[in-house]
Ligand binder design. Sequence first.
Ligand code: ZN
Length: 318
Amino acid sequence: MYNEPIFLKPVFKDRIWGGTKLREAFGYEIPTETTGECWGISAHPNGPSEAVNGPLKGKTLDQVWDEHAELFGNQEGDEFPLLVKILDAKTDLSVQVHPNDAYARKVEGEPYGKTECWYIIDCAPGAELVYGHHARSKADFEQMVAENRWDDLLRKVSIKPGDFVYVPNGTIHAIGTGTMILETQQSSDVTYRVYDYDRRDAEGNTRELHIEQSIDVAMIPHEDAKFEPVESVVEGLKETKLIREKYFTVYRWELDGAVEGYENPAYLLVSVLSGEGEVTTQGGTYTIKKGDHFIIPSTVKQFSVNGTVECIVSHPTV
Ligand code: ZN
């Protein structure tokens, strides 16, 4: 029986809007000075992360998913469902929207659309993000886009570190300058760009926009999703269930001390945002620290954690 956590080596992505905070804040060895994304837990073909410990060492997460269904509770599906990233936006990301599963399959031939959510790790005082829009109809939306009336169209929301933002597919969104987030999302890379601030890359090229698809998939008019975080304390662990929705359930763990015999609800995706501690399973005791990403497979029915750590934890909602 496989009874240890699967630690994963992140994959980094250079982005026009990226910076160096993934190195400064998390100590990662980033490949460029414009690194925007750390794919911490990924089985996506565009950047699968690799197991670094135990008998699975050297295998990518998509391989582990294919070869060891028992580690994931024999969950159905050809593809691992979730993707966990940390993003460093040195400058604004493009204003974008993602399709639902049906549209992603039909139009892109991709298995999943993209519903995502963000835990705000850091941002400047008074920071804002784009969340939703003010158009009342598709015609209205189209006209505002055609006339470049971005200030009228885009809805801005204030954020601060520790906030949680839920972004169901169809939500127009963008994070802005100085914002660092942990993103839990469906394992999808399908993005439709609505607006890119007329930016040009080093070669003077603008990035492609996808206005037609954006209008197809955008929720118009915009409506805020309703959800209510739920807090509980067990021994040294304060656990906040940030959201439970169709695709994922996401928690914030603030541990100071120990929690014994934590019941694994299925398999758990864990990213350590600060501090250090230890996870103990039947397989042994494993050090965990800021910047680590790991999976506790469903064959580990119970485990203990001690130390002083903050983690974002998730599992697929089944
Ligand atoms: Zn997005």
